[in-house]
Design a protein around this ligand. Structure first.
Ligand SMILES: Cc1ncc(COP(=O)(O)O)c(C=O)c1O
Length: 398
């Protein structure tokens, strides 16, 4: 792997993202085996929206979960049929909702009663009936999860306790909305199976409650299965998950509803590396530094979430603690710590970077050139996103 990454860094330059197609396939196969037969998996394209990555998961039969009008356009441009797309996320504008309805996507996830009302109005204008899933903000969230999006006061979804019998009966007032689904997404980066199963129990309980009021066709229990970043973290143990989920789902009378799970990080994360070259090294007050040609402008996640990704020097070097920073003029631009020496010209690889890597970064800051993206599939590695120059973003309009 080191040699292959080194060859790619030499051939395509740094900073650079590299994705391995066989690993995307492996993650997809592992996730399929981890859920009961007949469940539908949605790839959350926010994790990595590159069309090649989206298409890789489409080949496994996965649907695509989008979170913006931009992702809608990107998914359609990547050849994803509208009926395979579901749209979640707070703050959908009228324009985005109208585009999704006009395209004929499978399901809009309503994040609030206000959004439900707006969907009804827009569908009325377009002469459509919108298929809607209510996103429920559950009472509890997996306790150990890295990023919690449910279980407290949140901008995501409708609080479970607000879905009273009266409110649910009132859903009939909407002439152009057909509520036929439920979505419960509570957290990302969940590594503990029992916590995930506890989440599934409350998601199915919400579905069961809703099934008493609407004809339920779609039950999306969210996802958030995590991947290990720190040495102390273990892989999510999928053994027995499918049968446990099957038992939980069968505890509710859901008729023929399609049960779904969504995933971004677990599917795309392990397939990607971020590569950057050491430009300069120094010692400052007893600490070693290696300054790389790409920092949080290319790979923001370590600084943003204060999570170090696994990192290693592609050349074998002796032991020494080395702080890895980017080239930006901010003390926040720290990517992690290496346990070996790094010399100018060495290439450093960061693993688990296939999800929330490039597109979660801040590429415009300091106008450096942007990283390229490279895919390793059958045959030689190829560039799937060319390096773009960083100058000119702040130019006045002509
Ligand atoms: C609604 C929704 N679905 C799916 C995901 C993807 O989560 P993950 O990448 O942890 O699988 C997210 C992440 O923020 C989300 O908010």
């Amino acid at each position: 792997m080191r040699q292959q990454l080194l060859r790619i860094a030499k051939e395509f330059g740094t900073p650079c993202y590299v994705y391995f197609a066989d690993r995307l396939d492996l993650q997809a196969s592992k996730l399929k085996a981890a859920v009961p037969a007949g469940w539908k998996i949605y790839y959350a394209m926010k994790a990595n929206p590159h069309p090649e990555i989206v298409q890789a998961f489409r080949r496994h039969g996965f649907g695509i979960e989008i979170a913006s009008g931009g992702e809608l356009a990107a998914a359609l441009a990547a050849g994803v049929p509208a009926r395979e797309i579901v749209f979640a996320g707070p703050g959908k504008t009228d324009k985005e909702l109208a585009a999704a309805l006009a395209a004929g996507i499978h399901m809009l996830h309503a994040e609030s009663f206000g959004e439900l009302q707006r969907i009804d109005g827009i569908a009325h204008r377009l002469g459509k009936i919108a298929g809607v899933a209510l996103r429920v903000n559950p009472l509890h969230t997996p306790g150990q999860a890295g990023l919690q999006m449910g279980g407290a006061s949140r901008q995501f979804g409708i609080d479970a306790e607000q879905l009273t019998a009266d409110k649910l009966a009132g859903l009939e007032q909407f002439d152009h909305v057909e509520v036929k689904g439920v979505h419960v997404y509570a957290a990302s980066q969940v590594l503990d199976k029992s916590e995930f199963l506890a989440h599934a129990r409350q998601a199915f309980a919400s579905a069961g409650r809703l099934a008493n009021h609407v004809g339920l066709e779609y039950v999306n229990i969210g996802g958030g299965i995590g991947i290990p970043y720190a040495k102390s973290e273990q892989e999510f143990d999928t053994a027995g998950l499918a049968s446990a989920l099957d038992t939980i789902s069968k505890g509710q009378a859901l008729g023929d509803a399609q049960v779904c799970l969504e995933s971004g990080r677990y599917l795309a994360g392990p397939a990607g590396f971020f590569l950057a070259q050491v430009v300069d090294t120094k010692t400052s007050r007893g600490k070693n530094y290696a300054i790389l040609d790409g920092g949080m402008n290319c790979f923001l996640r370590p600084a943003l979430t204060k999570t170090a990704h696994p990192s290693f020097n592609l050349l074998e070097r002796g032991p020494a603690e080395t702080i890895l920073t980017g080239p930006l003029c901010t003390p926040l631009d720290v990517l992690g710590t290496l346990d070996t020496i790094a010399l100018p010209g060495d290439t450093i690889a960061f693993g688990q970077a296939g999800a929330y890597g490039f597109t979660e970064s801040m590429p415009l800051f300091l106008s450096h050139d942007l990283p390229c993206e490279v895919l390793v599939e059958h045959g030689p590695a190829r560039v799937i996103t060319a390096r773009r120059p960083g100058h000119g973003f702040a130019q006045p309009l002509p």
